[in-house]
Design a protein around this ligand. Structure first.
Ligand SMILES: [Zn+2]
Length: 415
């Protein structure tokens, strides 16, 4: 099959007018001008979107599928939001699966092809696995439910190994150390050590809010130190969350640290760079929850791998990663080219999967979005035009592994 469009933005190579992808067995075999790809592959069926742009699919490096739209806890204060969230957990079984299905569908219909979910004990795995997306579920665990760090980590490990049985292709399960105020230092260190030994990935929330910074430094956190009704007595270490995470060996290239929005100093950025950790940038969630602005330009300047994340619908208005990224480009004054790369290839690099997805190149999966945008030859910033269209419900089709899992073009919106 040949997929072609008025413009193809491969991200890892220059834009192609009337560009095309040759796709076989779910993978990209060739990328080039439509005329040439057609000439070299006579008789292969062509699907041509003349007034559209094909980009790599978005890679969402930090999301929570299990929150529904419409009744987000009030924002403004991170600790207030978390405490309201925790108070609603007892009845979450009644709506989490439906919320997860809806969130995953929304991501797919807005051009996301790879999504990482973080959910308690990996509870959103069934919905991710059936969604058509590729992705990873990071299973969170909460040691206050167990007697010792060993018991807590043994239990989540056993759960992760069990969840990995019989998974569809391109769906993975990894472990998450939820946050410095919910997982004690010994459980964090033990989980990190075991995951690192196996060469796997780990995710965490880090340096997200003023309350978390206060908890790690002073031991207080406006309720955060007592979020499950059990006192977290390990705070007050007199260091930044990043320094704390380093001290319990959470920082290495397999770690994806979400947010890094509050209290990230130049010294912290140096630690993040030295340890090779990846960052997930969720600017709309940070704004809603009264957290700071992540120093993304500085982190990128130090060579830190940064990807974009939507977080979940209780702290973010949508699961549209292109919309999240457009917000980031405005926040940090970035070009469209930079934004499109952040949404795609940079996210894949953050997760260590740039060999399989994130750009349109031979040898990778055919993960792409077809966007209703046809920037003119003399556009100032064609990538920004495409990003704006994708952010504004302009994704017309999404392909994961060469399969159009979302396709509304046939319905008449194609030119
Ligand atoms: Zn999160």
């Amino acid at each position: 099959m040949i997929y072609a469009a008025g413009l193809v933005l491969p991200v890892s190579s220059p834009p192609i007018r009337d560009g095309a992808l040759l796709v076989e067995n779910g993978g990209i075999v060739a990328v080039g001008r439509l005329s040439e790809v057609k000439r070299d592959n006579p008789g292969v069926e062509v699907r041509y979107f003349p007034r559209h742009t094909i980009t790599p699919g978005a890679v969402n490096v930090h999301a929570h599928l299990g929150f529904r739209r419409g009744d987000a806890p009030p924002g403004g204060s991170f600790s207030g939001w978390v405490m309201e969230l925790v108070s609603r957990l007892p009845e979450k079984e009644t709506w989490t699966p439906k919320a997860a299905r809806g969130s995953a569908r929304e991501a797919l219909e807005s051009g996301t092809t790879f999504l990482t979910d973080s959910s308690p004990f990996g509870e959103c795995l069934p919905q991710l696995a059936e969604s058509g997306l590729a992705g990873i579920v990071f299973a969170e665990f909460f040691p206050f439910l167990f007697d010792t760090p060993e018991e807590a980590v043994d239990s989540i490990e056993k759960k992760v190994f069990a969840l990995r049985e019989g998974l569809p292709p391109r769906i993975g399960v990894e472990m998450s150390v939820h946050a410095p105020y919910t997982v004690d230092p010994e459980s964090s260190r033990l989980a990190a050590t075991r995951v690192r030994t196996r060469g796997e990935r780990l995710s965490t929330h880090l340096s997200e809010s003023p309350e978390e910074v206060e908890f790690v430094r002073e031991g207080t956190g406006r309720g955060l130190e007592n979020v499950f009704g059990v006192r977290a007595d390990w705070g007050g270490m007199g260091v930044s969350p990043v320094r704390y995470a380093e001290s319990v060996e959470l920082l290495w290239p397999g770690m994806i640290a979400a947010h890094l929005a509050t209290g990230v100093s130049e010294e912290d950025i140096e630690v993040l760079a030295q340890t090779g950790v990846a960052a997930a940038h969720c600017p709309r969630s940070n704004e809603y929850l009264g957290c700071g602005v992540s120093p993304v330009p500085e982190m990128l300047g130090r060579g830190i791998r940064v990807g974009m994340g939507t977080d979940g619908l209780w702290s973010s208005p949508s699961m549209n990663l292109f919309e999240e990224t457009l917000f980031a480009t405005r926040l940090h004054g970035m070009s469209g080219e930079m934004g499109l790369k952040l949404a795609t290839l940079s996210g894949a690099r953050a997760l260590g999967i740039e060999g399989e997805t994130g750009s349109l190149a031979a040898g990778k999966y055919a993960d792409f979005a077809v966007i209703e945008a046809a920037p003119g030859e003399f556009g100032m910033d064609p990538e920004m035009e495409v990003l704006e269209a994708a952010a504004g419900a302009g994704v017309a089709a999404t392909a994961v592994g060469g399969e159009l899992v979302y396709d509304r073009v046939e319905g008449g919106s194609a030119g």
